[in-house]
Design a protein around this ligand. Structure first.
Ligand code: KIV
Ligand code: ZN
Length: 519
């Protein structure tokens, strides 16, 4: 029987990380997990421990440190996956193992190359195995919406008998249509014995742009757990956008009559953090958290909003944590103005921290007419990165030249681990390539750039650019970020940050530093 509280499982750190081109470090995942705790999501799916040592580490760190929400780890229906999931989360206050297995004929036959009976047996055995380790077990039939309903119902009955406490209906390929999906959920509740004793959950992908609509239709039809990602990131077209589902339920409580335990004012900070860390921009017209979500352009709308905001706004920006803007910060602004703005953005800083950030603020304000909230986020991010990241080399100077008739050339000056200053130069296919190669020459390493993205932080020609880079070194991938009003300088910072991470990893694993030859 459905109750009137919906739980939220956030899978930004697991399914979200499956977005093409995204790679988060263990520390970045922890930062997001802390924000998700502030947002008060019920369950954090922290990762897929069997997929890599890095994921295992991230999940176990989060399990040890984040105490309020349930910490969930994903596992395929393989004994090793289930055991590793448990190893990673066993230190959590409230651990959960999430087992998934394909259920549609398309995937059972063509991907698993098994028959329905064999798959049924795997599902039951692995749920039983998980249940012996952990009381809280979620089971997901993958591609449930393209699964023969009778087979799906039998499988759900069997895994509930085996001990599953949450049944998560996955619209893995974003095939569902709201009315049809709601029907399937009603049938599951009517036809699967034991369903009233467990939580019915949904997990929707956005291939047809319907992930949020399907999730809301499912809640209306009785689902009481919903899964999604901040900013709707995730595999292919992404997962259901958690902030949109939350604000749909919050804004239309008159219709749904459902409680949520979420602190909605943490949505915007969560969105900004995820965008910064992943390097995935949020489109300006994105619902709830987009740059334009609360901006009114037409005269008629502006007139209405000035008289009464509810004329053209169904929710208030403050409700989702968008800070109201009254002060313009620039080169004449003082410490108090900066501090007030940082407070409004949710940063609480000590006197020393304010002093440090004020220095960087002044440097930026000299280059920019107006320092926006986005600029401040980047400054804070850079400050944090510099104080927490492993740093062997720092960028002292970078100079480059390029043009349609010139060979792109760069010179960099780096300060090394013992304060030594080294300079070198290189040509390249373009200025970014030349800068990366010059850095390689100083450090004596060689990395391949596998991903490069630039995001403009704000509007205007004096805008800052944030560069997110991923590099490959002998099959290992490292990411780095850097920001500057000059995107080549930002690229140099991002590349150096990735290389510093690589050097720290080498040191940790006692692998000789790249560029040095073993005797
Ligand atoms: O989309 C999917 O099917 C999944 C499962 C692991 C739940 O992400
Ligand atoms: Zn998924």
């Amino acid at each position: 029987m459905a109750n009137d509280r919906v739980k939220f499982l956030d899978t930004t750190l697991r399914d979200g990380e499956q977005s093409a081109g995204i790679g988060m470090t263990v520390e970045e995942k922890m930062e997001i997990a802390k924000q998700l705790e502030k947002l008060r999501v019920d369950i954090i799916e922290a990762g897929f421990p069997a997929s890599s040592p890095g994921d295992f580490q991230a999940v176990s760190n989060i399990a040890r440190e984040i105490r309020e929400p349930v910490i969930c780890a994903l596992a395929r229906a393989h004994p090793n996956d289930v055991d590793q999931a448990w190893e990673a989360i066993k230190g959590a206050e409230s651990p959960r193992i999430h087992v998934f297995l394909s259920s549609s004929d398309i995937q059972v036959m063509h991907q698993l190359r098994k028959n329905r009976e064999e798959v049924m047996e795997m599902a039951v055995t692995m749920v039983e195995r998980a249940k012996k380790l952990c009381d809280d077990v979620e089971f997901s039939p993958m591609d449930a919406t393209r699964t023969n309903p009778e087979y799906l119902f039998q499988m759900m009955e069997a895994v509930i008998r085996a001990g599953a406490t949450t049944i998560n209906i996955a619209d893995t390929v974003g095939y569902a249509i709201p009315s049809d999906f709601a029907n399937l959920l009603r049938r599951l509740q009517e036809e699967v014995s034991g369903m009233d004793k467990v939580t019915l959950s949904v997990h929707c992908h956005n291939d047809l742009g319907l992930a949020v609509s399907n999730s809301l239709a499912a809640i209306e039809a009785g689902a009481r757990q919903v899964e999604g990602c901040i900013n709707g990131i995730g595999e292919r077209a992404g997962n259901a956008s958690l902030e949109e589902i939350i604000m749909g339920l919050d804004t239309r409580k008159d219709l749904f009559g459902i409680d949520i335990g979420i602190d909605t004012t943490q949505l915007y900070p969560a969105s900004r953090l995820v965008s910064r860390i992943t390097g995935m921009a949020v489109q300006a017209n994105k619902a709830v958290v987009g740059e334009n979500a609360f901006r009114h352009a037409s005269g008629i709308h502006q007139d209405g909003v000035l008289k009464d905001r509810s004329t053209y706004e169904v929710m208030q920006p403050e409700r989702v944590g968008v800070p109201g803007s009254t002060l313009v910060l620039g080169k004449l602004s003082g410490r108090a103005g900066l501090q007030a703005r940082l407070d409004a953005l949710g940063y609480s800083l000590s006197r020393d921290e304010i002093s440090n950030i004020f220095e960087s603020f002044k440097v930026l304000a000299d280059k920019k007419r107006e320092v926006t909230d986005r600029d401040l986020e980047i400054l804070m991010d850079e400050e944090k990165r510099v104080s927490t990241e492993p740093i062997s080399y720092t960028l002292d100077q970078v100079h480059f030249s390029s043009g349609d008739h010139d060979i792109p050339t760069a010179t960099v000056r780096l300060v090394g681990p013992n304060g030594e200053v080294n300079t070198d130069a290189s040509t390249g296919n373009g200025p970014v390539d030349a800068v990366c190669k010059a850095i390689d020459r100083v450090i004596g390493c060689s990395c391949t750039l596998v991903d490069f993205s630039v995001q403009s932080v704000s509007e205007g020609l004096d805008s800052q650019g944030t560069v997110t880079i991923r590099v490959d070194n002998q099959g290992r991938t490292f990411s780095g970020r850097g920001a500057s009003t000059d995107i080549i300088v930002a690229s140099a910072k991002a590349y150096l940050s990735a290389v510093n991470r690589m050097l720290a990893a080498d040191e940790e694993s006692n692998v000789p530093a790249v560029g040095t030859t073993p005797d």
